[in-house]
Design a protein around this ligand. Structure first.
Ligand code: GLN
Ligand code: ZN
Length: 764
């Protein structure tokens, strides 16, 4: 029989219960027992609902209070030294690693976060060294398996595999920079052995071990480690389903198919073409093949007819007992349920499928492949055919004006009028900024008052005019604050934005919105990605009103603030019927018009954020060039229309883009601001090494944590950066927007930042 499986489920709760509870706990408003109660309820909701949709293999152990990679570090005692002996509970140590802690005499910054493969989820990077004392302090997979069992639900525990865990890590501070965490494999394996042995003794039949790095080029060098690790683990473990996702296995398939595991999961949404190859490779083994047919990354209803065909192909080659129909990855990257959407028009609702609906999808596909005679299954299949046909029909209609405009893009539209040096001279003249100009990345704290006002507007309790007054007042406050603190390039604070992508999507044609479709980005930060359903265009100006209002309040330059085409695309659920390139070009043309409207309205500094440009990079190197070409081009298309004297900025959140350096240069923004690299100055060295020519603001402190950096700390950071970046090219700024912060810490931090910049003007 073909089984169905879901690889992991959102851990936020259908009504964001986990966020609310975790934040209340952090704020000291509820005791830990209340948090535990919420967590137990959410897990129960997940298990019972996935089960009631008919799924055979239900995940457990992947729930997380902050991040699943951090869960492994905590469970394995991989706690960096600076978090040890703080005299706080294990749970608080865990949260301190995730978000930093600055209370009761404890002052530690957060661990580094990185994007989880090419998704918008962030994981907490394990810090490892020869001194890491691995031991199993907590068998989370077992605990959750037993919790589910107590509810009468048999689950399949999920564990991140040892090799992926190590490769996703980085050298701890005490280790040399060249230290390779993978060298700790033999020390880590006993922990996995114990973990898996305990699962087996508890009666667990099969365990999902995630080894997503198997889809990366670098796994090619890890064949030996894979062979020896899994030879050691398999005998003591329940049946292992080795799980890969987000891309194709490619050449790694050769050794993967020989590993002594019970099953292999592949992503057929990202890489449908690999099915034949994989079937051929596993045919003469006993491996069960888990087919990732239902997307864990997007929200489109699955096309059952196509999936059934794929599944049948596998069944006829391997037999039904060796096939599982599954989600492509964890459905963590999708919202919990469509049932929470009360306002979606029926036409749109009919196109989508969220986490719980995806659970039903894998179950239905499996049932059809199993030859189910159930009338409900037949009806579901029929309904699916009708929905898919309707969507295809809608997709075939396009906006001819936009398509023509895209076809008419000429190469000169990608380039500024003059090279950087000439622009810099024009901007120095026009803007008259001091040396080490200070600025922020755009948003100021999104307070409860702001969110309440927005909610009231939504409910009709505030009229649009009242709401606009309120936003104007917020902008006045932010401008006054910046005057007081003494910043040089102002921002309006983005109080009118619910989110940097959603805000634009709501004003563009071609997007659909949800009420409740939240997806975890990191820790307790969730986002609500809009959905691109058709050709994108701009009906009218989107930000000009607020930027020009803000500019009218001050003589300092007011930065116009936009989100770039690649980021809007990457942080939305994209269409899957046309290329990402086309969607990005359409977005870029809309933004180009906005940039020019801002300029016309007297805005002389314009920032177009592209924090997601790096995460959109394909996982396989051979796919990079194609992506980078259109990604960089569309960014340039959106910004290059302005005069030389208009200063363009861009912002990136991801520190690890040394390897796409030439593309960052090719963006040709006048100023870029980049993330604070917590570990070292490696990134800046890369910029120096390649001779980055434009201006750059290395984030001088980490805004993802509530901790306030001292003036001294920022000075040190500036001094270190100045060894690498010429002083006339340097901007001083935090490393990201301040929307998630409170005003108190924002003020204290920015006062220190301005003081440090002033110090630099005198002394550096
Ligand atoms: N301008 C945005 C802000 O400040 C940028 C956010 C981001 O890079 N994630 O909020
Ligand atoms: Zn950022």
């Amino acid at each position: 029989m073909v089984f169905s499986s879901v690889l992991g489920f959102p851990r936020i709760g259908a009504n964001r219960e986990v966020k609310k509870s975790v934040e209340a706990y952090w704020g000291g408003k509820i005791p830990v027992e209340d948090l535990q109660k919420t967590v137990a309820e959410v897990k129960k909701y997940n298990w019972t609902n996935v089960q009631s949709r008919g799924v055979d293999l239900i995940p457990s152990g992947e729930f997380s209070l902050y991040d699943h990679v951090l869960d492994h570090s905590a469970a394995f005692n991989a706690i960096p030294k600076r978090y040890q002996g703080l005299g706080i509970s294990d749970l608080d140590v865990y949260f301190a690693m995730g978000r930093g802690r600055q209370t009761g005499g404890v002052d530690v910054p957060a661990c580094e976060m990185k994007k989880w493969f090419d998704s918008n989820y962030h994981y907490v990077v394990p810090e490892l060294s020869d001194e890491t004392d691995f031991k199993l302090v907590h068998n989370k997979a077992l605990v959750e398996y037993n919790e589910a069992k107590a509810l009468g639900i048999t689950t399949r525990p999920v564990v991140l595999g040892p090799i992926s865990y190590l490769v996703l890590g980085k050298p701890a501070r005490e280790a040399p920079a060249s230290f390779e965490p993978i060298t700790l494999l033999s020390k880590l394996l006993p922990v996995y052995k114990q973990l898996l042995t305990e699962l087996k003794s508890a009666g667990v039949e099969s365990v999902q071990i995630d080894e997503p790095i198997l889809v990366l080029d670098r796994a090619a060098n890890l064949e030996k480690q894979y062979a020896s690790a899994y030879a050691e683990l398999a005998p003591v473990a329940p049946k292992i389903v080795l799980t890969t996702y987000f891309n194709r296995l490619d050449a790694n398939l050769k050794f993967v198919s020989k590993l002594p595991v019970g099953g292999l999961h592949i992503d057929l949404v990202r890489a449908p073409g690999q099915l034949d190859e994989v079937i051929a490779a596993v045919k003469n083994t006993n491996l069960v093949l888990s087919l990732g047919l239902v997307s864990g990354r997007n929200i489109w209803k699955n096309d059952f007819t196509a999936s059934i065909k794929q599944a049948q192909k596998a069944v006829s080659a391997l037999g039904s007992d060796r096939v599982i129909v599954a989600t492509s990855s964890s459905v963590l990257h999708t919202p919990v349920t469509l049932a929470s959407e009360k306002k979606l028009p029926d036409q749109h609702r009919d196109w989508f499928s969220f986490a719980l609906e995806k659970a039903a999808e894998v179950a239905t596909i499996a049932a059809v492949v199993n030859g189910s005679q159930d009338a409900k299954i037949a009806a579901a299949l029929e309904e699916n055919k009708v929905s898919i046909a309707k969507r295809r029909e809608f997709e075939s209609t396009s906006d001819d004006a936009i398509r023509k405009r895209v076809a008419a893009i000429t190469p000169d539209m990608y380039n500024r009028k003059s090279p950087f040096a000439a622009r810099k001279a024009a901007q120095d003249q026009a803007l008259k900024l001091p040396k080490f100009p200070t600025t922020t990345i755009g948003s100021f704290p999104q307070t409860k008052e702001i969110r309440t006002a927005r909610a009231k507007l939504g409910k009709g309790e505030l009229t649009p005019a009242e709401y606009e007054k309120f936003i104007e007042q917020e902008i006045q406050n932010v401008v006054a604050f910046q005057e007081e603190v003494g910043l040089d390039v102002f921002v309006h604070g983005e109080p009118e934005r619910n989110d940097m992508v959603q805000y634009f999507g709501e004003q563009l044609n071609g997007f659909v919105f949800t009420q409740n479709a939240w997806v975890q980005s990191y820790g307790s930060r969730y986002v609500r990605p809009p959905i691109i359903v058709s050709d994108v265009s701009r009906p009218g100006p989107m930000t000009v009103r607020w930027s020009s209002y803000a500019q009218s309040l001050t003589k300092k330059p007011m930065k116009g603030m936009l989100t770039g085409p690649v980021t809007i695309l990457n942080w939305s659920f994209p269409r899957d019927d046309v290329s990402r390139k086309l969607q990005s070009q359409q977005l870029a043309l809309a933004l180009r018009d906005e940039v020019l409207d801002l300029e016309k309205a007297g805005i002389t500094v314009i920032q177009v954020d592209e924090p997601a440009i790096r995460e959109g990079l394909p996982l396989r190197r051979s796919d990079w060039d194609e992506y980078l070409e259109w990604a960089v081009d569309t960014f340039k298309l959106s910004t290059a229309g302005v005069a030389d004297s208009t200063q363009t900025h861009s912002h990136f959140c991801y520190s690890d883009f040394g390897d796409i350096f030439t593309s960052i240069q090719r963006l040709d923004a006048d100023v870029i601001s980049i993330e604070f690299s917590k570990s070292d100055m490696k990134l800046l060295h890369t910029f120096q090494q390649f001779g980055y020519s434009n201006q750059i603001g290395p984030g001088v402190y980490d805004i993802h944590s509530p901790r306030v950096p001292s003036e001294e700390e920022i000075r040190e950071r500036l001094k270190a950066s100045l060894k690498i970046i010429p002083d006339h090219l340097m901007f001083v700024n935090p490393d990201c927007g301040l929307k998630t912060r409170q005003w108190k810490e924002t003020k204290e931090s920015l006062v220190n930042l301005v003081a440090a910049a002033r110090w630099a003007r005198e002394n550096a």
